[in-house]
Design a protein around this ligand. Structure first.
Ligand code: AMP
Ligand code: GLY
Length: 422
């Protein structure tokens, strides 16, 4: 079967790498892909906004399965468009993808089905929002309704910060139409945990847990990023908490989509906070996480193609995937200045010396002549699987030490919180 993967990050490289191991996959294309994926896929220069061209490509190259990586393609209705042409595609349709693309929609869904989440209120009028905020205790979390590249969430410690957040999001439309509405919610405390569960409309299959590191610098200092590294499993999610995630989040999610006639087929990735009152959902993502996918797929021993097809066919209940027993760690190497301004085009050296104890999943890289240069904020992820979290962590960092580019920065404390608990 020929497969087409849509996207260009480490997540898409990891999906391509894993599908390459499937005996039933003959050729993998990635649109638009990145400079480092050549060993597993052929990159096709078509943008994800060019849906007609992607559909023509899928027909011409006899694509048996298309896999959608990023949220904005799902929100734009990529899956609906492919399905209308009779093409097989993995990912939720637009109506279901609203669970990620509208925080107001997601909060109302959670409230209807008793899914634990922060107490909140929604506003389309900035004056009403300011009035409400004054009746609440600080800190408060202000969230733009729509997709904002992970930057539309502001934790406000003072009423001045609340007012500034409401002004920037709603009045000045810093994130465009994403700021037409906002959610204001209570600030929760506790470790964060990323849950991934495949959903086939009628049942779900939970993957092992992972923990992301959202802040740019060690000890969770600096600005929020797309994710600076991750590890799996997250020991913070004890067996008892995992049982609560199943019964209070995933079972109720299934009940909700059934009751609303939402035929959700794809990956559900709830971002959780493990509070003193139990797990609470911060947000629903409707896709694989990045960098979470880099550690999860590195640990997956079963055929990913079979899992993805079971989601589309509604036969997930028969799947029993096998996971590497130990742990995996991924450390992201980012361009100097990221998540602020950064320069690209820096030659990357040492990729040939990484060895066989780690896998490099490329993100912001581009081929230039015979070599690779940087082409984005998050440049690549270095992932190791080990029999223990410590071993995986040590091997990922040892491999990372062999690679360099001008301005490269990475966190030195990835998996540290997990190691303290292990
Ligand atoms: P979201 O895009 O909703 O996941 O939010 C991005 C990040 O903001 C999360 O990963 C948390 O670190 C933080 N965050 C979101 N909602 C809350 C909340 N209610 N309380 C505390 N932190 C939050
Ligand atoms: N790593 C968080 C995300 O993919 O949204």
């Amino acid at each position: 079967m020929n497969v087409l993967i849509l996207g260009s990050g480490g997540r898409e490289h990891a999906i391509a790498w894993k599908l390459r191991q499937s005996a039933r996959v003959s050729k993998i294309y990635c649109a638009p892909g990145n400079g480092g994926m050549a060993s597993v896929a052929e990159c096709v220069p078509i943008k994800l906004s060019e849906i007609d061209r992607l559909i023509s490509f899928a027909k011409e190259f006899r694509i048996g399965l298309t896999v959608v990586g990023p949220d904005d393609a799902l929100a734009a209705g990529m899956v609906d468009r492919f399905e209308a042409e009779g093409l097989r595609i993995f990912g939720p349709r637009q109506a279901c993808a609203q669970l990620e693309s509208s925080k107001v929609f997601a909060k109302e869904f959670m409230q209807r089905y008793g899914i634990p989440t922060a107490r909140s209120a929604n506003f389309t009028d900035s004056g009403e929002a300011r009035k409400f905020a004054r009746s609440m205790s600080l800190p408060l979390v202000i969230k733009a309704d729509g997709l904002a590249l992970g930057k539309g969430v502001i934790i406000a410690e003072s009423i001045e910060q609340v007012d500034a957040a409401i002004r920037e999001i709603m009045d000045e439309r810093r994130f465009g139409d994403a700021g037409r509405a906002i959610v204001i919610e209570e600030c929760l405390e506790g470790p964060e945990c990323s849950i991934h569960a495949l959903v086939d409309g009628g049942s779900y299959l939970m993957f092992p847990s992972a923990q992301d590191h959202k802040r740019a610098l060690d000890n969770d200092a600096g600005l929020n990023t797309g994710g600076m590294g991750t590890y799996s499993p997250a020991p913070q999610l004890t067996a008892e908490l995992e049982a609560r995630v199943r019964s209070e989040v995933l079972d109720r999610f299934l009940e909700g989509i059934r009751a609303e006639g939402l035929d959700f087929r794809g990956m559900l990735f709830p971002g959780l906070m493990l509070t003193a009152d139990g797990p609470k959902v911060l947000e629903f993502n409707c896709r694989f996480g990045d960098p979470e996918t880099q550690v999860l797929l590195a640990r997956l021993e079963s055929d990913l193609l079979e899992l993805l097809e079971s989601v589309i066919d509604g036969t997930l209940a028969k799947c029993r995937p096998v996971w590497a027993g130990g742990a995996a760690v991924c450390v992201i190497a980012a361009s100097g200045g990221y998540p602020g301004d950064y320069v690209v085009g820096k030659p990357i050296s040492g990729l040939g010396e990484v060895g066989d104890k780690a896998i490099v999943f490329h993100a912001g890289t581009r081929l230039e002549g015979a070599g690779l240069v940087t082409a984005g904020g998050r440049v690549f992820g270095m992932t190791s699987v080990g029999s223990s979290l410590r071993q995986a962590r040590d091997e990922a960092y040892a491999a990372l030490a062999r690679v360099s580019f001008e301005g490269m920065h990475f966190r030195r404390d990835i998996a540290e919180k997990g190691l303290q608990l292990a």
